[in-house]
Design a protein around this ligand. Structure first.
Ligand code: NAP
Ligand code: GCO
Length: 263
């Protein structure tokens, strides 16, 4: 079962101060990886470092906006000097703007595309050369249900996550021969700060309509927890998945398979 071990491996998790990135990083640390993470500002990085320390994990934190190519190149070079070559990259950092498409500015659309699609390109491009030199690499892109489905108000996010699915397949196609495996994880609806607005109690104390909708649409009958992404992430980061490439592993409680409960 050593094939699931991440001992001796260095994992970079972008946007890893909290939420899904933090949970995946903690799981990878438990499997033996050295954790490196970045976030957009010092306060978040320090918050993340404190959270990792509380879990007994000595993580390495860097301030870096993943949309800034020069900053990313510099961060990766610094990590290689201070920690070592990145074996596992988790492109996790992401944002969402829930605005009806015809009310959304082009600037807002571009910002979501920049963080959720351009940044995984930028960070992967910065990490791949050293992975090739080292003879192996694992890239895990955090996709979404919206890599497959649309819904009102998330046009930019769905476009980005659909593109991220195809970027995943293209990195597989272009670098599979250099022993780089690039796969995606497609979380369903997970309880994190990003989805908190969709779960807020109403003024009368009732559940948010979207919360009730998602619970009815999910065979598991509940939202997922960030920790439930750890097993799939460790699998895709480990030798156990060396012949899995270009695959999007949906961790969604069955929602993509289900037409939904009759009202
Ligand atoms: P989250 O709670 O909002 O965390 C996102 C993290 O990314 C935050 O630490 C955020 O920092 C960071 N980030 C945002 N923009 C950044 C930038 N330009 N540079 C560096 N870091 C940046 O989101 P989450 O729910 O954990 O989601 C993590 C990933 O999973 C995202 O890609 C999301 O699209 C995806 N996902 C989430 C769900 C879900 O149901 N939660 C489902 C499917 C996929 P700030 O606080 O500074 O923004
Ligand atoms: C939304 C949610 C979703 C989740 C996730 C689902 O507004 O529909 O935020 O997009 O974040 O991506 O997989």
């Amino acid at each position: 079962m050593n094939m699931f071990s991440l001992e001796g491996k260095i994992a970079l998790v972008t946007g890893g101060s909290y939420g899904i990135g933090f949970a995946i990083a903690c799981g990878m640390a438990e499997a033996g990886a050295t954790i490196v993470f970045n976030d957009i500002n010092e306060e978040l990085v320090n918050r993340g470092l404190a959270a990792y320390t509380e879990k007994g994990i000595k993580a390495h934190g860097y301030v870096c906006d993943v949309t800034d190519e020069a900053a990313v190149q510099n961060m990766v070079a610094t990590v290689e000097k201070e920690v070592g070559v990145i074996d596992i990259l988790v492109n996790n950092a992401g944002i969402i703007k829930r605005i009806p498409m015809c009310e959304m500015s082009a600037e807002d659309f571009r910002k979501v595309i920049d963080v959720d699609l351009n940044a995984p390109f930028i960070v992967s491009k910065a990490c791949i050369p050293s992975m090739i030199k080292k003879g192996h690499g694992k890239i895990i892109n955090i996709c979404s249900m919206m890599s497959e489905l649309g819904r009102e108000t998330v046009s930019a996010y769905a476009a980005a996550k659909g593109g991220l699915k195809m970027l995943t397949r293209n990195i597989c196609s272009e670098y599979g021969e250099q022993n780089i495996q690039c796969n995606g994880i497609g979380p369903g609806y997970i309880e994190t700060p990003q989805t908190a607005p969709l779960r807020e109690r109403q003024a009368d104390g009732s559940r948010h309509p979207f919360d009730s909708f998602i619970v009815a649409k999910t065979p598991a009958g509940r939202w997922g927890k960030p920790e439930e992404l750890v097993g799939p992430a460790v699998f895709l980061a480990s030798d156990a998945s060396n012949f899995v490439n270009g695959h999007i592993l949906y961790v969604d409680g069955g929602i993509l398979a289900y037409i939904g409960k009759q009202p």
